[in-house]
Design a protein around this ligand. Structure first.
Ligand code: SF4
Length: 443
């Protein structure tokens, strides 16, 4: 029998992506097909992969061809970058047509959002949006369930996902039209698991990555309070922990004084990702982000003051509905004032289900103009921060490819619901400053 419990994550990934059909299918307790599930996983987010799909591996040892299966597992990232409900429905109809009589389709994770769209048009189908690994374990009598603390040997980091879902409704976000259950993992459960790791593999505690869709809301469903500060203090209290990073999930508007104090007090915080999204209070209100510039400045400056070498990452969207030149000027000033280390630059792309779709949209040409203006103004600023950012080709005037590249990007991104990164590192290096050291990023 394969020892999945002690198998490193790197090996689990390999197994998952090279899933083999069971050799002796007659002796299987049940026959399951996971072909489409696995082929859809390439776009799935790290949380779903590590928390839900990797623990599912023992079940997938029973995989057979679609036509032979008693059960067909279906998962899809659904709307991770753009709304893909049409693709999900098409694939489910294909499975419905090709399954053997009586075979059950089990739709897991975010793809379960299509249940309402299907309107009962497919029979013998089950939808499990949350805790689906645990539900599969019960159904097939296997010892499998979600794992919320996962040591990733590829980056020497212990990932902790203390909460799933988000209660906010930013009007550019897929959360406004998707149903993902909000659920925190009890503090005592996280502590017990950390204590266990301390005893069995203390070296795995060295680098902690705290991550979730919305970390700042951790605990709300359990205690009625935001308990992230308590969690940070707990992690900080382990001597074995050397660094704590927050590569996703810190919502600036929901950073309470207690959370900010905990972030500033711990000497182990090295990377924080804080999404500003826009640079004028008018646009921030329009996208319902919940924070204003004053709040951002307070958070960024307190963090920098407490940890001069902290690596702060942020992102912005260019091309928001009603965006004007004045918003771009303000954005340049704002990015400089915040002293960000790395900036992801996204185009805003609209999809019809998004609340912002009701507003008049900028033309692709105007969005591109705003983007170029933003980058050129930032370049010329003497006081620009020590900033690394996306897409070097935008600056490559000598090759005169800018317009073509931007057109290509606009085309690629036109269906994306909150934009995508424009590329890899480029760096502004003001003469007067030396670049801050980049920590070894463990995403
Ligand atoms: S806080 Fe993040 S996850 Fe939540 S609605 Fe806003 S953008 Fe989406």
């Amino acid at each position: 029998m394969t020892d999945f419990k002690n198998m490193p994550v790197s090996k689990k990934y390999k197994m998952l992506y090279h899933l083999a059909y069971a050799e002796d299918k007659e002796s299987l307790p049940f026959k399951i097909n996971a072909d489409i599930l696995v082929s859809n996983l390439t776009e799935e987010c790290a949380r779903e992969m590590m928390v839900s799909y990797l623990p599912m591996l023992p079940l997938l040892e029973n995989t057979v061809h679609l036509e032979d299966a008693d059960y067909i597992l279906f998962g899809h990232c659904y709307a991770r970058i753009r709304d893909m409900s049409g693709i999900v429905i098409k694939e489910l109809k294909y499975i419905d047509k090709h399954r053997k009589p009586g075979a059950e389709i089990i739709v897991v994770g975010k793809a379960a959002n299509v249940e309402n769209l299907l309107n009962g048009s497919i029979e013998n189908i089950t939808f499990w949006g949350d805790r689906f690994t645990e539900k599969l374990g019960k159904k097939f009598d296997m010892d499998i369930k979600e794992e919320y603390l996962v040591y990733d040997d590829r980056f020497d980091v212990l990932n902790i996902w203390p909460v799933d879902g988000c209660n906010k409704q930013c009007s550019f976000c897929r959360r406004t039209y998707m149903d993902i259950k909000f659920e925190s993992i009890p503090y005592d459960q996280i502590k017990a698991e950390l204590d266990h790791i301390k005893k069995t593999h203390p070296e795995h505690l060295k680098h902690i990555s705290l991550r979730a869709e919305n970390l700042t809301e951790y605990g709300l469903d359990l205690t009625g309070h935001q308990d992230l500060a308590k969690l940070i203090n707990l992690i900080d209290s382990y001597d074995e922990v050397e660094t704590i990073s927050f590569p996703i999930g810190m919502c600036i508007s929901e950073i309470t004084p207690e959370i900010l104090d905990a972030l500033c007090k711990s000497k182990k915080i090295d990377v924080v990702y804080l999404n500003i999204e826009a640079g004028s209070d008018r646009l921030l209100k329009l996208i319902n982000k919940g924070h204003d510039k004053k709040k951002c400045l307070e958070v960024f400056h307190r963090l920098r003051e407490a940890h001069p070498n902290i690596y702060i990452i942020s992102n912005i969207m260019i091309g928001l509905p009603t965006e004007e030149l004045i918003d771009i000027y303000e954005l340049v000033d704002f990015v400089c004032d915040l002293d960000i280390d790395y900036l992801w630059i996204n185009y805003f792309g609209v999809t019809e289900k998004m609340p912002l779709a009701k507003l008049p949209q900028l033309s692709p040409q105007l969005s591109e103009y705003h983007l170029k203006l933003f980058i050129n103004m930032l370049r010329k600023r003497e006081d620009n921060p020590l900033l690394r950012f996306g897409y070097p080709r935008i600056l490559d005037k000598s090759k005169r490819k800018t317009y073509r590249e931007l057109q290509k990007l606009a085309e690629e991104q036109k269906y994306y619901d909150n934009g995508v990164s424009l590329g890899t590192n480029s760096t502004f290096t003001p003469e007067s400053k030396k670049l801050r050291k980049i920590p070894e990023l463990r995403f």
